[in-house]
Design a protein around this ligand. Structure first.
Ligand code: FE2
Ligand code: FE2
Length: 335
């Protein structure tokens, strides 16, 4: 192992960040992402992309969440293998106000790689996405990159419950603040996006590797906390013809894994705070998931990166800010 920056650990990880940075390979958790099938392998060129989720920036100057997002940007910028792009998985702002969104754009603008973004509910409901769109562009999109088809959707839309009730924009937004708010109802994409998605993938060969990003998970993880997408079954149905679909999401503020049919679903850590795991059995792993260390304010947060390695698979790497991952998971995967 060679050294760079005088820090052999950084060289090993190919990542840098706060003290005690550690990385978990998805393989360490027994996850085989299985993204690239053999038939398609020849068309896929190896590359990687990174993800940053849930910065929840406030307008206050020098807020601690600013620093944490700056740390995430630094961590990604110092990756040994620079990602081709970084996907920002929503909740850039906490209150959806313009100066929060602009601050997010400014900090994320320090990334060396270009970004693609999808919105979270905190970004959206003050002005129905106007400020977010002005700073981050289209709310749903797709593009092809080195043999992989990438899709981003707006998964936090609900039917209008505010007009008839005469709510102010602030009141509307505040209904989305609690983790277990029952009033907005379970959110999802909408008919407009589903129709677009059908057309978007209609002509793609079934062997095309698909990577899809949504703010919330494309399965019913814990609807009582709005950890779901209400039309996930329909979205998965539209993508069911493909050999392999990899889905990434934020919103739950912790690591998460599931596999339904052809879709592998991966949840990412936030850069702001970790949510607890809800009181349900995780689909995977079946052992105790590590929890945030209450004495460590950075525990359970960080960034993530995916290496598309060519024949066989992609590889997910969690890059926590703090060294909270059990050593038994890290050991054995040092190179
Ligand atoms: Fe969030
Ligand atoms: Fe969220």
């Amino acid at each position: 192992m060679t050294e760079s920056n005088g820090n052999p650990r950084r060289e090993f990880l190919g990542l840098a960040g706060k003290a005690g940075l550690s990385t978990v390979f998805a393989q360490a958790l027994g996850v085989n992402l299985g993204l690239v099938n053999v038939a398609q392998a020849a068309a896929v060129k190896p590359f990687s992309f990174a993800m940053i989720a849930d910065p929840h920036l406030y307008g206050a100057k020098d807020h601690v969440f600013d620093k944490q997002l700056e740390d995430a940007v630094l961590q990604v910028n110092e990756m040994k293998e620079q990602p081709d792009f970084v996907v920002v998985l929503g909740d850039v702002s906490h209150n959806g106000v313009l100066n929060e969104l602009e601050k997010g754009k400014r900090i994320l603008g320090n990334l060396r790689a270009p970004i693609r973004s999808i919105p979270g509910e905190h970004d959206w409901y003050l002005d129905m996405g106007a400020g977010w769109r002005a700073n981050f562009g289209d709310e749903f999109w797709s593009f092809d990159h080195k043999g992989v088809h990438f899709i981003g959707l707006n998964s936090i839309l609900v039917p209008d419950f505010w007009t008839k009730a005469g709510l102010t924009p602030e009141q509307r937004r505040d209904w989305f603040m609690p983790l277990n708010s029952p009033v907005p109802g379970v959110w999802g994409t909408d008919a407009r996006q589903r129709e677009w998605l059908k057309k978007d993938v209609a002509k793609l060969p079934t062997s095309t590797p698909i990577v899809i990003f949504t703010h919330s998970p494309l399965w019913d993880y814990y609807p009582r906390w709005n950890f779901q997408v209400s039309d996930a079954v329909q979205i998965r149905g539209i993508l069911s013809k493909f050999t392999s679909v990899m889905a990434f999401h934020g919103h739950v503020h912790h690591t998460l894994y599931n596999k339904i049919g052809n879709m592998t679903s991966i949840g990412t850590m936030s850069t702001s705070w970790p949510w607890p795991y809800p009181p349900v059995k995780l689909p995977y792993p079946q052992f105790q998931q590590y929890r945030a260390d209450p004495s460590n304010t950075s525990d359970g947060m960080g960034t993530a990166a995916v290496s598309i390695t060519g024949p066989g698979a992609g590889r997910m790497q969690y890059a926590p800010f703090a060294d909270s991952v059990p050593q038994r998971l890290i050991d054995g995967f040092k190179i």
